[in-house]
Design a protein around this ligand. Structure first.
Ligand SMILES: [Zn+2]
Length: 246
């Protein structure tokens, strides 16, 4: 005799940057276990690859390619997936580090533990300043940038080698190069050639590209909470998947 199959609901979501609409199902207990184990490992590579595995299982839109979507879209998708699977609210604990003055005039850290609740569906991409993705490098050469895609996280990179990682990341975010006559699309150019192009930029040209990176959208939420013990108003931002589940 076969046990009845459990029906799993499906949902639709529009991704904020690529504007792609995807269908997904919540993750199940077995998949949650994989994620919890990865989070406990505190190893970014393990966390990223388990997130990728779970997303691949839960996304029901067959033509959807995770690798070619901006990282921010994937973070957004993952937060919604988590919200539908486990719950929208994540409880976090913070230790109040406000210095309070005691009766004898000395100061001491408050140390009160403050609990706060974050609604995952309220976390949206925030951009401080919009920078035109088309960057003019010379009279003739204009490049068009795109936001870092999820494939970059999965690429075999050495996170300790910051300089080459930066070049690799910037090179991977070039959509095309226009020289006044012809478009050179990055998917038709080798990675080495793109990196070499970035390495040969002048300081001023490089700064223009950095400006684009420094103002990319971020998944962040401002948190305000008052410590019940000392009355101090804490203001801070949570950012990044590990922060939201921390
Ligand atoms: Zn306090």
């Amino acid at each position: 005799m076969a046990l009845p199959k459990l029906e799993v609901p499906t949902y639709e979501l529009e991704l904020p940057l690529s504007k792609k609409t995807i269908k997904y199902r919540p993750f199940l207990v077995k998949e949650q276990k994989i994620l919890l184990m990865a989070m406990e490992s505190k190893d970014s590579k393990t966390i990223q690859s388990s997130i990728l595995d779970v997303l691949n299982t839960c996304i029901l839109t067959p033509e959807f390619n995770i690798s070619s979507v901006p990282i921010i879209d994937i973070e957004y998708l993952f937060l919604h997936l988590r919200a539908k699977s486990v719950g929208e609210i994540v409880e976090s604990k913070y230790r109040c580090n406000n210095e309070v003055t005691k009766e004898d005039g000395t100061t001491k850290e408050c140390g009160n533990i403050i609990e706060t609740k974050i609604n995952l569906t309220e976390i949206l991409p925030v951009q401080d300043k919009i920078v035109d993705p088309e960057i003019r490098l010379t009279d003739k050469i204009v490049i068009k940038m795109k936001y870092p895609e999820f494939r970059l996280l999965n690429a075999d990179v050495d996170y300790n080698d910051v300089a080459s990682l930066t070049f690799k990341m910037i090179a991977s975010c070039i959509e095309h190069v226009f020289d006044g006559e012809q478009f050179f699309y990055s998917n038709e150019i080798s990675e080495e050639e793109l990196i070499e192009f970035v390495e040969n930029l002048s300081q001023e040209q490089f700064e223009k590209m950095e400006e684009f990176f420094n103002n990319m959208p971020r998944m962040t939420k401002k948190i305000e909470m008052t410590c019940k013990k000392c009355g101090y108003l804490h203001n801070f931002e949570v950012e990044g998947l590990e922060d939201f589940f921390g």
